[in-house]
Design a binder for this molecule. Structure first.
Ligand SMILES: O=C(CO)COP(=O)(O)O
Length: 254
């Protein structure tokens, strides 16, 4: 089965109510390919989830940016998977490098979160990626394999997981991975899934790229055989996000 192109917009910790309304208006006015050609999921900060969900055209789906590792309770400041489900939000981003690095989320903790969120019925955009130091030390594939393994060991199905490869050195830096660099890691991740999970999961799991994706560089990246879409940060707050969604049209179906 062909993997449907997937474009995620991670708004991170950005936006006021007024700014969020403007981004929603841009999305609603955009001429984008139909939902059977591309899956688009935007991820506003928690406080804007209901506003964004209720004002976006149904064509677009919504994701939370994180959730707690288990059932809610006495965890001040956290948001549980159950809460996200109760808002009818289908997706959550987990394991983003900003949380792994700034908030010390370990591979195991991220794996536990992915398993718990899936168990509650959420779909998960699970992020992996190496730092510049790790890349320069030749450890890229070991790092992303270890991050992926911690997820694979804890989940029984990959049906509701999109894997996002986001090299840390490319995030918010304007230094996008070259199409060849992205393709190499995506190919290796797919091979890892093939060898360690199953051929079926390797063939069907979408592996998307994130890190300084823009309206300018998305086209060449989109044509790489193992790049099934994008997770976009800064550019997802701007009208060029529409161009990035449209890059799905360049994808030849597998
Ligand atoms: O972290 C990212 C998406 O999750 C990428 O961010 P930028 O597109 O701003 O580099």
């Amino acid at each position: 089965m062909a993997r449907k192109f997937f474009v995620g917009g991670n708004w991170k910790c950005n936006g006021t109510t007024e700014e969020v309304k403007k981004i929603v208006a841009v999305l609603n006015e955009g001429q984008v390919p139909p939902p059977d050609a591309v899956e688009v999921v935007v991820s506003p900060p928690f406080v804007f989830l209901p506003l964004v969900k209720s004002s976006l055209k149904p064509h677009f789906h919504v994701a939370a940016q994180n959730c707690w590792v288990k059932k809610g309770g006495a965890f001040t400041g956290e948001i549980s998977a159950e809460m996200i489900v109760s808002l009818d939000i289908p997706w959550v981003i987990l394991g983003h490098s900003e949380r792994r690095l700034l908030l010390n989320e370990s591979n195991e903790f991220v794996g536990d979160k992915v398993a718990y969120a899936l168990g509650q019925g959420l779909k998960v955009i699970a992020c992996v990626g190496e730092t510049l130091e790790q890349r320069e030390a030749g450890k890229t594939l070991d790092v992303v394999a270890a991050q992926t393994r911690a997820i694979a060991e804890r989940v029984s199905s990959w049906e509701n997981i999109v894997l996002a490869y986001e090299p840390v050195w490319a995030i918010g830096t304007g230094k996008v991975a070259t199409p060849a660099q992205a393709q190499e890691v995506h190919h290796e991740l797919r091979k890892w899934l093939h060898d360690n999970v199953s051929a079926e999961v390797a063939a069907s799991t979408r592996i998307i790229y994130g890190g300084s994706v823009s309206g300018g560089n998305c086209k060449e990246l989109a044509t790489q055989p193992d790049v099934d879409g994008f997770l976009v940060g800064g550019a997802s707050l701007k009208p060029e996000f529409i161009d990035i969604i449209k890059s799905s049209e360049l994808k030849k179906s597998a």
